[in-house]
Structures are given as C-alpha cells and as structure tokens.
Design a protein around this ligand. Structure first.
Ligand code: FAD
Ligand code: DHB
Length: 378
C-alpha cells in the first residue's frame, strides 16, 4: 500500500510532517500560498523543547540546530523588582533550546528542495472536497487527489472551516509589542518579568541579537512606541536585568488569544498546529505543539502504511488534544500570573506575587513549572 498525503501550508507543521513522512517512505505534496522568502523570514517563535529537538534530530534536520542552537537550563522570573532563577535541569533533568522558527523553516525548506520533493510556493489551496472518499485538494494550479490531507495552514487557513464542531476560545485583554534589536541579550537565559507597569520578556536570537517583548494595550499601534520609549519601559520592567540598547530592526504588535478545535478530523482530513489550536505565547508552546501534532500524525501514517492498522490515526484527536490542553493550561497560567489585566485589583496583584514567590521557593512548584516549560511527555 502506498499513500499520498496532501499537506496544506509550509510553516513548521507542514514542513516537518513532509520530512517525517519522507523518512517513513510516504509520498506527500506541500502547498504554500506565500513565497519562499516570506515563509523563511516570518519572525515568530524562538524556544524548542527537548521533544521538538529530538524529533528534528530523528528527522535528520538538526545539523544547524546542533551547531548554533543555544541550550538553556533555566529562566529568571523577575517580580517585586528582583530576579529569581528557576532551574530546569536541576529539577527535571531537561532543558530547552533557543533556535528561531525562521531557522527551523529555512532548514526544512532546503532539505525538501534538495531532495527534489514537491513543495509548491505561491500556490494557495482554495478547497478540499470529497471528504467522504479520496480527498481532492483544489489549488491555484489545478487539483490533486490524495489518500489523506493534513491542514497545517495556520489560524487563517482554509482547512479549519472544513472540520465541523465547536471551537473553544479565549481572548486576553492585552497584546505584546515584540522587537528585534542588534544588541547582546539582557542575560544568558530568558527573563520573564512581572511588574506594576506590566509584563516584559527578554529573549534572544543569537549572542548579538535580542528579541524583547512588552505587554501593551489591545489595539496599540507600534507607532505609539518610538525606540526610546521601548528601551525606557524595558529598563523599568526588567529591573536589574538592564537591556543593552541597540538598533531596533523589527517592531510589531501581536494579539494574544487561545483557541482549541474540539474536532481535529473530518474523514481523511486532519488538522495540525495553529490550524487546530492557538495558545497565548507566554510559555513558548505554539511551535512545540505544532511539532508534537505532526510527530503523532507521521507515526500514525507510518503504522497505517506498514501494517494497514488505522489505530494510531484513529487515536490522533484524543492523544493530540490531551497535550494541547496541558499546554493551553500552562500558557494560561504563565500569562495570567505575569500580566496585569486592565481591571486588575490590588488583591489580584498580591495573589500573583504570592504565586510567584511560591513558584520560586517551593521545589515542588519549581519542578512543576520546569516540567511544563521543558515539555511533559504524555
Ligand atoms: P504557521 O506557521 O502559521 O504556518 C501556516 C502556513 O500555511 C503559512 O506558511 C501560511 O502562509 C500557509 N497557508 C495559509 N493558508 C493557506 C492556504 N489556503 N493554502 C496554502 N497555504 C496556506 N509561538 C511561540 O512559541 N513564541 C512566539 O514568540 C510566537 N510568536 C508568534 C508571533 C506571531 C505573529 C504568530 C502568528 C505566532 C507566534 N507564535 C509564537 C506561534 C508559533 O509561531 C506558531 O504556533 C507556529 O508558527 C505554528 O506553526 P504552523 O506550521 O502550525 O502554522
Ligand atoms: C520567545 C517567545 C515566547 O513566547 C517565549 O515564551 C519565549 C521566547 C521568543 O520569541 O524567543
């Protein structure tokens, strides 16, 4: 039995699925509405969990990650104006890696094109039909009949709407202003800061490039944030971790929302990654969930291809959603522990500070945070 899987979207989910299927000897065609440069430059996530790194290694797509990725063994939590380290390695034996989504995507694109496998840029999928038989992908260049189709086309894609069922959502009353700056990182590990002026996060892309985020109001324009205002605000919120100033090369506002589709399957069509769920970014789970979804799907297609058994494919929705809801809960916990809501009372702020003190003083609480951040194997 030889399978053909149509993959809608060449973000991390679609590209990694294509690579894993290739390793399992299964054919796939990847359709991407944007051009290669756009997909490779889109500035997004930066943290890879151990499980994601393991999958990239098993897929033969981790050469540059192993050379350039920066392992992190913990984070700093700033509150009450002081920094407190959360030790991941010492409590759980696990760590995470700084390796930007842009780099993961560039490597997966290059591998697929070098291997001569179909990756069609500038090819938007308009519809997927025949979901009660062999699904047909209708795209800008024509149509393709497949055995299965996986929607990896993100939150604004076309496949989400083809899987009926409720979608559970939550909007947050704040957004993030994210910048890239040609400046050395604030600290050798990430800094998540709670302050009475709002949340701040200091991350990095390399030893000379910082990635920094500030909580801002919903609907805020980046134009309201000239460079000097950003640096001053970061200095206030990051307390003793004073940022190094440098030229700001990118600036954008990201809304924060949570969304989980109750169903991830309609016959031969499956949803994975942001097409299936969105988490608020505090906790760095989005890219890692996309990777774990397609790792499950690739193993399921492999089982079907080798043995004819659909058992893993039939279990996909439940298995994936347990992990998604764990990550959703952790992202919600990190978000609501660290951000100030516009209507927040002094009581609420004291509860946040009590939670932060507990997280950094109880070994059990620290371990739970570390397990969730580095990725619980479910
Ligand atoms: P995507 O990366 O969205 O890829 C979907 C692909 O499908 C895109 O290339 C799109 O062009 C393509 N597509 C869409 N419709 C069609 C169609 N009809 N036909 C063909 N192709 C189509 N996570 C973090 O952990 N930390 C962060 O800091 C962070 N920042 C983020 C910032 C932004 C602005 C966004 C949107 C997300 C961010 N995330 C972050 C989340 C993380 O980047 C995503 O979870 C991750 O990109 C999911 O990968 P994906 O492949 O599922 O979807
Ligand atoms: C990054 C983004 C996150 O949302 C996070 O929690 C940690 C790091 C980043 O872009 O580097």
């Amino acid at each position: 039995m030889s399978l053909l899987v149509g993959i809608v979207g060449a973000g991390p989910a679609g590209l990694l699925l294509g690579r894993l299927l290739q390793r399992a000897g299964i054919d796939s065609v990847v359709f991407e509405s944007r051009d290669r440069g756009y997909v490779e430059r889109r500035q997004r996530a930066g943290i890879l969990e151990q499980g994601t790194v393991d999958t990239l290694r098993a897929a033969g797509a981790a050469d540059r990650l192993d050379r350039e990725g920066i392992p992190h063994d913990g984070i700093d939590l700033v509150f009450d104006g002081a920094a407190h380290r959360v030790d991941f390695l010492g409590t759980t034996g696990a760590r995470v890696w700084i390796h930007a989504q842009t780099e993961v995507v560039k490597d997966l694109v290059a591998l697929r094109l070098d291997d001569g496998l179909p990756l069609l840029f500038d090819t938007e999928v308009r519809a997927v039909t025949d979901l009660d038989g062999r699904p047909t992908v209708h795209h800008d260049g024509g149509s393709l009949v497949c055995d299965y189709v996986v929607g990896c086309d993100g939150f604004h894609g076309v496949t989400r709407g083809l899987v009926p069922g409720p979608v559970h959502e939550r909007a947050f009353p704040y957004s993030w202003l994210g910048i890239l700056a040609d400046a050395p990182p604030v600290h050798h590990e990430l800094v998540y800061a709670h302050s009475r002026r709002g949340f701040a996060l200091a991350s990095m892309r390399s030893p000379s490039v910082s990635r920094l985020y500030l909580q801002v109001l919903n609907g805020e324009s980046p134009d309201a944030w000239p460079d000097s205002r950003i640096w001053t605000e970061l200095e206030h919120r990051l307390a003793d971790h004073r940022p190094h100033r440098g030229p700001i090369t990118a600036k954008s506002v990201l809304p924060m929302r949570a969304s989980v589709a109750e169903n991830l399957r309609n016959g031969p069509l499956f949803l994975a990654g942001d097409a299936a769920h969105i988490v608020p970014p505090t906790g760095a789970k989005g890219l890692n969930l996309a990777a774990s979804d397609v790792t499950l799907l690739a193993a399921a297609f492999d089982q079907l291809n080798r043995t004819g058994s659909p058992a893993l494919l039939d279990a996909y929705e439940d298995t994936a959603l347990h992990r998604v809801w764990r990550a959703q809960h952790f992202s919600h916990f990190m978000t609501t522990t660290l951000h100030l809501a516009p209507d927040q009372s002094e009581f609420d702020t004291h509860l946040q500070l009590a939670r932060l003190r507990h997280l950094t003083s109880s070994r059990a609480a620290t371990t739970a945070l570390a397990e969730n951040y580095t990725g619980i194997a479910l």
